[in-house]
Structures are given as C-alpha cells and as structure tokens.
Design a protein around this ligand. Structure first.
Ligand code: UDX
Length: 434
C-alpha cells in the first residue's frame, strides 16, 4: 500500500518506519525543520532500534519524507494522522493540529479514500472529522486506530502488540487496515469508531489506576509496617490482576497518563457522567511528591540552604522525555523551599529551570548533598558504588523513590555510620536480610 503519515513524533515516526519495514511505501510529513533533521538522520525522539530502522527503510526505498500534506497525499491509498493532541489546562483536548491537516486536504481537494486517526482523541472526534471532510466534498471514510506504544519500547510495542484495534464503518476500510498491518501477528479487534476511541483512554486510565492503587496501598503499608513489595507480589500473582503496573513509588509521569485522564474526566463532565475512580487516581498520584518531600523534611527539619541530589530527570528509563516527569514536581517543591538541586540523568543533560545543576556523573551530583533521592528507575542507579556515593555527602540520607535498591545495597548503605535509607511503602528496618 501507499501510505501518507502526518506527524513524526515518537508515535508517527515509529509507525512510519514500521509500516515501511512491513513493505508499504510510506511518505512521512512534518514541518520543514523536523523533516530536515530526519533527512540527516537526526532523531528528535530517543527510541531503541529507531535509528537503524530509519536508515534501513530509507535505503530500501520504502520511506520518504515531505513537508507538504497535499502533495504527499496525492495518490496514496490511505492517510494516517499521528499529530499531537495535547490536553489544555481546562481539560479540553487541543485538536488544532488535526484540523490543520484536514484544512490542507480541503484546500487542495485531494484526499485518499481512507483517513486513519492514530492520535489520541476524545470520543466522537472521528465522527466530527468525517462530517467536516464530507461537507467539503471529500467523500473519504475516517477510521480510528489507537496506539499503545510505551516510550522507550515503542518499536517493540508496534511490531509485537498485544492487540490491534480498528474503529471503522465499512468493510472496505477494514480490508485496507488489515492490509496495512499484514505481517504483524496479533489479535485484531474491529469495532465502531467511538468504542475504539474509548479503548485507548480506558486502557491508559486503567494502567494509571493500577499504579495509584499500588501507591495507595503503600501509604497503608507505611502506616502498619507492612512491605508494599510483598503485598503487590501477592496481589499481582492473581492471573486476573497481573504483576505489571503495580510498582509503588513517586508516581507516574509522562505525556500520556496525566493528559489522557484529564481529557477523559472532561468527556465525562460534558455529559454529566462522574468518573470518581479516575479523580482518585489523579489525586493519589498528585500526593506522591508531597509525601516524599515530607519524609525529607522529617529528617532535615529546616530545608533552607540544603542541597538535594536527584538521580533521574526523565519520566521513566530509556527515554529523554521529561514531560510531566515527577522530577519537575519535586523541583518546584525545592524551588519554593530554597533547596539547591544537583541532578544527574543518563540521557537528560539540561533542564531549563532555576535552582538546578545537571551534573555529568552521579558521584559529582551527590557531592556535599544533604540527601539523595532516586526519582527515575534507571537500572544503572541500582549498581552505583553506594558506599562511595554517601561518603561524599554532607548528610548520608538516601530516599529510594522507586524502591530500586536491593537489600544487599541497602545493607551497605546503613552500615555507614549515621546513614539513613528511606524506601516507599515499608518501614526502614523492613528490608534487612534476615
Ligand atoms: C503509557 C502506556 O503504557 C502506553 O500503553 C500508552 O500508549 C502511552 O502511555 P508511557 O507513558 O510511555 O506509556 O510509559 P509507561 O511505561 O506506561 O510508564 C508511565 C509512568 O508510570 C512512568 O513514569 C513510570 O515510572 C510509571 N510507573 C510505571 C509506575 O510508577 N509504576 C509502575 O508499576 C509502572
């Protein structure tokens, strides 16, 4: 098939190179500056395997780039839209980028027989977009094909999905969509567009709810001296529940969960449908940093003039994305209390904010610090030389915001005279080897 794909963020670019890898002829479209970078193989997104796939598909003559929507759409069998749909502060989803693409199609009078929306959009959006196109005389069909890509494993998630969902009306659209995904071995669900739009939001909301459930239970564990790691191991062993997304810590970040929850809550408000489980999910997540900060102050007492070493700026490992990262919420707490932050992250080397110095190594970042806090579960933090880390500190206080450190490493830390280790969801002496 000939596919035109609009938007080359981490979803659009991964989709473009993967569809090209499947043998389709793909033209990816974005703004001049972005395309110029891609033509020079400069990736704006940090995704494992993406650079290799980009080079291979370009060399094989399957992947092309353009900056003009109408020109790229001419002659295509389908046009896929994977542009950003951020949630505004008022909770409404900003669909301007999608409408801009449709504007180009309407202006040119050129539109393939199938327009596939991949961006996350509120329920009912595809119906509205199709009405707009028909009103402009473009008798195309709009289908919805949600993405379930996790940053840091987006290529894997695209090629090895748990399921593929098509929201479409006609058999012809379904046939084209199935052709597009030929070669990917996964269950295919075909349903109406509105249900497909809601599958995306409901999936993210449920994953976020699992995380907040684990964090709510960790608060109870701290109060009763239980161990959240043992609790979630026992709960997650139930096949009906599953072990994933039950790790307690400083909470979820990233551009999806927070945005999608806000958008879903807005969709509920619009029709007078309350979504209390989602309100609670967001509230529990918002409390995480305050709880962590209270632990810090319980030892420091006076925060003025203190220095905090923060390990982890990105919202999760294997990405350079800091959107809605828990680090940012912690940084604003520190700025309000006059606490100096020295941070280290394996891939994020700059933060455009006052009061934070991003250092080149964790050992530099921890020097003369009054505490160190693990904010992102980068695996390399678990294998640092922790006795060396804490010997450089003014106050040997370690807050493990992701319960990342092993019992052996914890024992090394608390062997150091005066050192304190503070985990999440268990009391300090819970973890000592028996
Ligand atoms: C998520 C969804 O997983 C994906 O399906 C959707 O398409 C996009 O949003 P992503 O935001 O990339 O993917 O990251 P994810 O791996 O889901 O982690 C999100 C956040 O939750 C991270 O900050 C992570 O640290 C946190 N998290 C994850 C927990 O706090 N506990 C867990 O057990 C799992």
């Amino acid at each position: 098939m000939r596919l035109t794909l609009i938007g080359t963020g981490y979803v659009g670019l991964v989709a473009a190179v993967c569809f090209a890898k499947l043998g389709h002829e793909v033209t990816a479209v974005d703004r001049e500056q972005v395309i110029h970078g891609l033509m020079e193989s400069k990736l704006s997104v940090w995704e494992p395997e993406l650079d290799t796939l980009l080079a291979d598909t370009r060399d094989s003559g399957k992947l092309f780039f353009d900056t003009d929507v109408a020109r790229a759409a001419a002659g295509a069998d389908a046009l896929m839209i994977a542009v950003g749909t951020p949630t505004r502060v008022d909770g409404y989803t900003d669909l301007r980028q999608i409408r801009e693409v449709l504007g180009h199609l309407m202006q040119s009078g050129i539109c393939p027989p199938l327009v596939i929306i991949k961006s996350t959009v509120p329920v009912g959006t595809c119906d509205e977009l199709e009405v707009s196109l028909h009103a402009a005389g473009l008798l195309t069909e709009v289908a919805y094909n949600p993405e379930f890509l996790r940053q840091g494993s987006a290529v894997y998630d695209f090629l090895e999905p748990d399921r593929i969902v098509f929201g479409c009306k006609s058999h012809h659209a379904e046939t084209l969509l199935r052709q597009l995904y030929e070669g990917i071995n996964a269950p295919v669900q075909v349903c109406d567009r509105r249900s497909a739009e809601l599958v995306k939001y409901a999936s993210n909301a449920f994953l976020a709810m699992k995380i907040s459930f684990a964090n709510m239970m960790s608060d109870l564990c701290e109060g009763y001296g239980a161990d959240i790691r043992q609790v979630v191991e026992g709960v997650g062993s139930d096949q009906r529940i599953g072990p994933d997304f039950l790790k307690a810590g400083v909470g979820y970040g990233g551009s999806c969960f927070t945005k999608d929850l806000k958008s879903l809550l807005t969709s509920g408000r619009l029709i007078g449908c309350s979504l209390p489980l989602l309100e609670a999910t967001a509230k529990i997540n918002d409390q995480r940093i305050s709880r962590m900060f209270a632990k810090l102050l319980s030892i420091w007492m006076n925060p003025i003039g203190k220095r905090l070493c923060v390990l982890g700026i990105s919202f999760k490992p294997n990405t350079n994305d800091v959107r809605d990262a828990p680090f940012l919420a912690l940084l604003s707490h520190c700025q309000r209390h006059g606490i100096e932050v020295h941070a280290y992250d394996p891939v994020v080397h700059y933060v455009p904010a006052d009061g934070v110095n991003v250092m080149d190594s964790p050992y530099d970042a921890v020097r003369n610090a009054d505490a160190v806090i693990i904010m992102t579960e980068w695996p390399q933090f678990a294998s640092l030389d922790w006795p060396r880390m804490i010997q450089h500190m003014r106050l040997p206080l370690v807050l493990d915001g992701r319960n990342l450190l092993s019992d052996e490493v914890i024992a090394q830390i608390i062997d150091v005279n005066g050192a304190i280790y503070m985990p999440v969801g268990r009391s300090i002496d819970q973890h000592l080897p028996k």
